[in-house]
Design a protein around this ligand. Structure first.
Ligand code: C5P
Length: 331
């Protein structure tokens, strides 16, 4: 039912967004933790491949559920993926970009603390808006651009304050490398997210078939990354060297995050997704302040105010566009 229900209920949307944000925060902390542990490290490139495999399997299972039979799923995949190569190859592009982005997350988090990472990664709201305008021909009003900037600054302020005091004592940072990774990740995230949305909403192919197409290429792209960066250590120690239950948890959380992302983009759009993530980051910070009975500082209050203003500004109705002189031609 979920796949055919365009107008999902508000409760359902809030539920997915909450899962998405809580999951993303946990994921970041867990990567940071597993990458900063002493001893033999796992190869993070393999984690990205296993995530694609797990998302592929879950998508196939969901198709089985939708068709209520394995044969129905196989039939759908055969027609939608293998008999439809031109359509399928469209997903090559985002799968490669996401492979880069997902691998960069590990590099960034090996060089930055989790809080800095999460703040600077919110810049993706800005890159996403840029690509939305460029690729989807959406137009944003001046107020909406202002809203996007305010949102980014607001979240940054909130996080700066909630993060102070948690950075002490952690070693091996390399900020320039980490921040460069973030900038590239934000560009990847904006581009791939908008590309996926455009293809998903511009054709009749269903969400889960799109995902199957993308994750199949994702496995291949991920394996290229494995063998171009970690082949020696893997040939020597094995694909799964250094894995423990926490690394498997990273794979699980990345899978949940990815699948939920695709559902959010189907029911809303990439900018709304960025806004909602930012708002829930702020809500989570307010929650933890209340739970730990800290007092709100000035930066925190200002940041929260900015985020609220941003949401309000973004949702203002747009002024009607100037009337075109000639009717746009249908092509
Ligand atoms: O940070 P951002 O929201 O851009 O991250 C998107 C994540 O969701 C990536 O890890 C990507 O692999 C995943 N994804 C997915 N399926 C989609 C779209 C994105 O698994 N259809």
């Amino acid at each position: 039912k979920m796949a055919s229900n365009e107008g999902a209920s508000l409760g359902f949307k809030i539920y997915i967004l909450l899962v998405l944000t809580l999951n993303a925060t946990g994921y970041i902390l867990l990567i940071r933790y597993t990458r900063s542990q002493a001893g033999a490290l796992y190869s993070s490139t393999t984690t990205v491949v296993l995530t694609e495999v797990s998302k592929l399997l879950i998508s196939l299972l969901l198709l089985v559920k939708e068709h209520r039979s394995v044969l129905g799923m196989l039939n759908d995949v055969w027609n939608g993926v293998f008999m439809n190569p031109r359509d399928t190859f469209k997903m090559c592009v985002p799968s490669i970009i996401y492979a880069i982005q997902n691998n960069l997350a590990f590099v960034a988090l090996s060089n930055l603390d989790a809080a800095t990472y999460q703040v600077s990664y919110q810049m993706k709201v800005i890159t996403t808006a840029m690509f939305m305008v460029l690729m989807l021909n959406k137009s944003l009003s001046k107020f909406q651009w202002l809203a996007i900037l305010l949102l980014f600054m607001g979240v940054a302020l909130v996080q700066v304050e909630s993060a102070t005091g948690t950075k002490a004592g952690e070693a091996h940072y390399n900020y320039p490398v980490g921040l460069l990774c973030i900038v590239i990740s934000c560009l990847c995230s904006g581009f791939a997210g908008v590309y996926f949305e455009k293809v998903l909403k511009g054709t009749s192919t269903s969400l889960w078939i799109r995902n199957v197409q993308m994750y199949m290429f994702g496995i291949v792209s991920g394996l290229v990354a494995v063998f171009s960066t970690d082949s020696e250590v893997i040939l020597e120690k094995g694909f799964l060297h250094g894995y423990n239950y926490l690394v498997w948890l990273v794979v699980a959380m990345a899978s949940i995050g990815g699948l939920y992302t695709s559902v959010v983009v189907k029911y809303t759009d990439n900018i709304i997704k960025g806004f909602s993530t930012a708002v829930s980051i702020v809500l989570a910070a307010v929650g933890s302040f209340l739970i730990f009975q800290k007092t709100f500082g000035l930066l925190f209050v200002m940041g929260t105010g900015m985020v609220i203003c941003a949401v309000y500004l973004y949702s203002l109705p747009k002024p009607p566009p100037p009337k075109p002189l000639t009717q746009p031609r249908e092509t």
